[in-house]
Design a protein around this ligand. Structure first.
Ligand SMILES: Nc1ncnc2c1ncn2[C@@H]1O[C@H](COP(=O)(O)OP(=O)(O)OP(=O)(O)O)[C@@H](O)[C@H]1O
Length: 347
């Protein structure tokens, strides 16, 4: 499969710096999500890899061969890339088999061989027996499977996904996540998946690149991005939680001792984190009501399904904390909050 290296790539549209000095390595067979708010440059990055955009500076290399820089541009059709868009880009007047078999027909593959391979990939994406159906008679999830099958039949070495599930309802999205994961395992293609849905990125990929304003803030595994965000914007973008300023007053084996509102607690931190004022991420699952800890007052409890989401005001400060409780505390009650897990965001 294909090892993709982007080196020092930038792309500007008028006043907008859509990509700014991007350095990213997508190892062969990896599954990476590009996650970030609207306008952060995700789609531009995909288009750069696909060959629909040229970098103003920097380069894109496939397996060590430069395929794009300001003077070179290998055309999209020569890159061996499949793309699955939010809009399915299927031909409504053709049936499923014709849509899926199109790349093979374009290459002149004989009808019998084409039929065999189309049947095979339709089975892979869970659409056995749908060959003769018109694509406009399919549900959104089924159309997305057809688009995916078309990438697979073409033996795309790289598959790019641009918010492919954005039009689907929650239930279908979950089932498509399973399909994508399965296809990745089976095909071994290098996959890059654009989304602004953090849950999707966490569930799907083995690595997440979190982007903001044309830059990559962090590239790491989903657990790393969630548990140890490298930047406050990553912490704010992925998962629930609040960021507070607290004082690092000591080092421990696992991290640091911090002080907030006259109470001390321990937090994980990057090696070499200096003492002094620091930003600390407190997620709901790292907090619990107890007999000791940070003094706070209960502001509200909202039922969120299995648990109540409880908002608390830290006594003597502006900070609000959020934690989950099976039984909601009384609104207005004075409580203590114990910190069982926290992360010092690198400064
Ligand atoms: N062809 C273009 N001409 C002018 N500006 C563009 C063009 N393409 C992208 N941009 C701008 O570049 C920035 C990055 O756009 P891009 O589409 O890559 O973001 P995105 O992260 O994919 O956003 P979204 O999640 O909304 O799709 C935006 O400010 C966008 O308006």
């Amino acid at each position: 499969m294909v090892d993709i290296i982007i080196q020092g790539a930038s792309r500007r549209f008028g006043q907008v710096q859509a990509l700014s000095d991007i350095n990213l390595h997508f190892p062969s067979g990896s599954f990476t999500s590009l996650l970030g708010p609207s306008g952060c440059g995700k789609t531009t990055m995909l288009r750069l890899i696909a060959g629909f955009e040229t970098p103003d500076s920097g380069s894109v290399a496939f397996d060590g061969v430069t395929i794009a820089d300001p003077h070179t541009q290998l055309p999209p059709e020569k890159r061996g890339i499949g793309v699955v868009f939010q809009s399915y880009a299927l031909w409504p007047h053709m049936n499923v088999a014709a849509n899926v078999g199109y790349p093979l027909a374009a290459r002149g593959v004989a009808a019998a061989e084409r039929e065999r391979r189309v049947r095979e990939v339709l089975a892979t994406v869970g659409l056995e027996g749908y060959d003769a159906r018109r694509t406009d008679e399919l549900s959104g999830g089924q159309r997305q499977r057809v688009a995916l099958a078309r990438c697979l039949v073409a033996d795309s070495r790289v598959i790019l996904f641009d918010e492919p599930l954005a039009n689907l309802d929650m239930h279908l999205r979950a089932s498509m996540v399973e399909v994508f994961r399965d296809i990745h395992r089976r095909s071994g293609a290098t996959m890059i998946y654009v989304t602004h849905d953090q849950a999707e990125a966490l569930a799907l990929s083995d690595r997440i690149a979190v982007m903001d304003q044309g830059r990559v803030l962090q590239l790491a595994s989903p657990t790393q991005v969630y548990r140890a965000p490298a930047h406050e914007k990553v912490a704010g973008f992925v998962g629930r939680g609040v960021i507070v300023y607290a004082d690092i007053v000591g080092q421990t084996e696992a991290g640091a001792t911090l002080e907030l509102g006259g109470s001390r607690f321990e937090a994980r931190c990057a090696p070499g984190t200096p003492p002094g004022r620091a930003q600390v991420l407190l997620r709901p699952e790292g907090l619990r009501l107890g007999s000791e800890g940070i003094r706070a007052r209960v502001i509200s409890s909202i039922y969120r399904g299995p648990v109540f989401e409880v908002v608390l005001a830290v006594t003597g400060s502006e900070y609000r904390l959020v934690l989950d409780c099976v039984e909601p505390p009384v609104t207005g009650a004075e409580v203590r909050v114990e910190v069982t897990d926290a992360w010092v965001i690198p400064g």
